[in-house]
Design a binder for this molecule. Structure first.
Ligand code: BEZ
Length: 264
């Protein structure tokens, strides 16, 4: 990993190749749930390559996409997003205060991003800060049990090499009960929260997925060791995840989807 990858490990090229299903799987259902209105100002939190931001901006007054990764924001601009910015979503309160976004948005939307933010309370408090009283929060993230096969395999491969694999995991996959508790603490009333399995066929391989999303686990390893670990993880997941008839890998995705409203 060179210095620029260390500073920003997200690769739009890998994302397009190994994970193009992420926005495609929800673009209809989740945007229908958000149902953007022409008078609304919407914040797309963790917008990534902007595929959904682009769709949302077509149907509302203003849509701002934010993401911690400079690489993904550059890609979002190339994908036609009008207003996308590099922001650390765990420091949303600071951003809202500094940039004049306190009580600015009618809705906050997020897909497949919140589970990368371990300080979830700071994020939810920040979302509450950015919303107008009575504003909506519509989100999908990885739920409890998400990608358990690959996460367990990565942890075991790292543990075996003397690292603490669990500590290297960057993900937070809450249960509906835990998430409702956090939302309630920051004055959201949860009108809907669902926790469901979505086994997902990968466009490439487990190795490709690990390369795209498992960078925190691979970071401490030498390049040759990274290849060995990816192979080991494929080996551990093969039984449950590989279909030799179709030559396809299917990962045990689990989602948590919620609609909540900030008190007025
Ligand atoms: C997810 O969308 O559930 C996910 C993506 C990458 C890593 C972990 C989870």
């Amino acid at each position: 990993m060179d210095n620029s990858e260390k500073a920003d490990p997200w690769s739009p090229i890998n994302y397009k190749l190994h994970a193009n299903f992420v926005p495609k799987l929800v673009e209809h259902s989740l945007i229908t749930l958000l149902s953007p209105k022409p008078y609304e100002r919407i914040l797309d939190l963790g917008c990534g390559d902007g595929m959904l931001t682009y769709k949302i901006q077509e149907s509302c007054k203003e849509c701002i996409g934010i993401d911690k990764s400079q690489h993904m924001i550059e890609e979002a601009k190339l994908n036609g997003c009008k207003d996308v910015r590099v922001v650390d979503c765990e420091k949303l309160i600071e951003w809202a205060n500094n940039e004049g976004f306190v009580g600015y948005f009618d809705s906050v939307f997020s897909n497949a991003a919140l589970h990368w933010m371990k300080n979830q309370e700071a994020v939810i408090e920040g979302i509450a800060k950015c919303l107008k009283p009575g504003g909506r929060f519509v989100a999908e993230l990885g739920g409890f049990g998400n990608v358990q096969s690959v996460e367990k395999s990565l942890i075991s491969a790292l543990d075996k090499r003397g690292y603490n694999g669990k500590d290297l995991s960057p993900w937070y996959f809450p249960s509906p009960e835990d998430y409702t508790q956090i939302l309630s603490k920051y004055k959201f009333s949860v009108s809907n929260i669902s926790h469901f399995s979505r086994p997902t066929e990968l466009p490439t391989t487990i190795s490709g997925w690990v390369e795209t999303f498992g960078f925190s686990f691979l970071a401490p390893l030498e390049d040759n060791e990274k290849e060995i670990v990816k192979g080991e993880v494929e080996g551990m997941c093969r039984n449950g995840a590989f279909n030799s008839e179709t030559d396809k890998w299917t990962l045990d995705y689990v989602r948590l989807r919620t609609v909540a409203q900030l008190s007025s």
